[in-house]
Design a protein around this ligand. Sequence first.
Ligand SMILES: [Zn+2]
Length: 621
Amino acid sequence: MRIPRNVVERVRDTSDILSIVQDYVRLKKAGSNYLGLCPFHREKTPSFNVSPANGFFKCFGCGKGGDTITFVMEIERLEFVDAIRWLADRAGIEIPKTEEGKKAYDKRESVYEALRFASEYYVGKLNDPASGAQAREYLLGRALTEKTISRFSVGYAPDSWDGLIKAAEKAHIKLETLKKAGLVIERQDGKGYYDRFRERIMFPIQSHVGKFVGFGGRLLADNPKAPKYLNSPETEVYHKSTVLYGLFQSKRMARQEASILLVEGYTDVLALDQAGIGSAACCGTALTLQQVGLLGRYAKEIRLLYDADRAGAAATERAIDVVLQGGVAASVVSLPEGEDPDSFVREKGADAFRLHLKTATKDWVDAFFLASLSDNGFGTLHKKRQAISKVAQRIAYMKDDILRKMYVQKASQLFAISERDMAYEITRQASSNQAQQQPSQTLREENASAAPVNFDAISESEKTLLQLMLEEGAPMIKYILGNMAYDEFQEGPSQRLVDLLIETHEAHGDEVQSAFRSGKANADEITQQLIVDILMPRHEISKGWGAKKINVPRLNEKSKRIAEDCMMRVKGAVVKREIQRVRHEMMNAPEGSEDRGRLQKKYLNQKRYLLRINNRKLFED
Ligand SMILES: [Zn+2]
């Protein structure tokens, strides 16, 4: 479905690239721009730039760049129209729906809509005094406040086989869509469907950007025949291994604190959030590398806070492996025997919990050492040897040399072996880690789909001319294009951008700059990439030209002078090539021939022209 042009423009105008990128990348201010680790390729030193002033991002590592829409398309793997929808959704801009548009509505989008509808339905049932009383009593009994309940859109699925189905029917949501959303189950006799979730407290699972993707349902009444927790199945929009419950609500806190707690249950997340502490939980799966990657966008450290029981201890050990493998720091928070975060906060209060966090957080290596010990130490030397291998394997995941050395020191002390032996064991483990790690490394690289274009072939002078026109607008476009021939710009993207400048100048007059800035200029993908390349700080004129010993004052004062310099160089290069060509032809022409005379004349003309260029006698105001 086509989205009206004015809506696209409004979306472009209102979407703030900084806040959008920050949902995915930790950014640091660097001058007027922001810098971070590229989400599209693996890197250790940041080369991913965001320029809020231009509304652009650009990675100098993999070459990806563009505006907010491009970013959303790439990171969420959406088509243009869906990216606009996604941004409109986020900004609260309504996209008018025609009847025809409704039909063509993207399938995925309709599944999201069904899930959103279901969430509203469950919230409504919880708030309904008739159906929701018992569920509310349960939630408030767990000391959850109204605010928390609504912040996480907690709801209730009543004891009915077709409550949701009927409500959805009224809202013109197809049964087929409910099925795709995992909300209904087909009857065994094949005659119709029934609601998947019944008589359950409903915890909607949201993606980290807030889309409803599935549900976790907790049984309200004790019923030994039904599972206590029931989760949505995997659907085309719900992939358990890539989603974390609560991350949407806690990502801001995670970024502020540079750490996030990983807990086991939905109610743990709620209780902690209420206490002002950010946390997230896996939904019925073990922690995956993808989830660690997602958490790593917000937090430098993942603190594992699993239940204080055997299952919790085992899950903690597994999680440490994955967190370290994902390149994020890991620590472990222990709880008193038998407690979970929810019960601890409820009984002892938020302040006591925060204090506990401070005192009971241990580095994973200390926690692991303690966990390996039983009443009689390691028990056997064989067990101790196994523990050493495990520690070495984990240290081997670390990429930072200093950090690794610190861990070698620490671990060799704990396990009472020499640092040399520990270092040797780490090297041994590193090679087996590498063998295991191969498949996961391609995860992110798959994201890098469209090949970035390299504009190195376009000379700096030419880029500067294009930059001046883009930045200074109408007067500069008139000046430069008044003095440059079209063919003096390089064939391909460069000439296309000149075309676009002319076209946009004709359509928008003196508003040409803002037309470019707000995306009203009709740039194709490659031209768009060129614009980004040109406007990114790498080509800051004052720097680049200063280094080339061309005496050029600041852009805003003397941009005309810079333009002259560039035109001179671009023209000069073109003419020099032409002079060489003519000279070559002239030498090959027979002496005294007519051809030779003509070429000689041309050669001299070109020489004179070059002189005029070099003396700047060429440029008209
Ligand atoms: Zn990159």
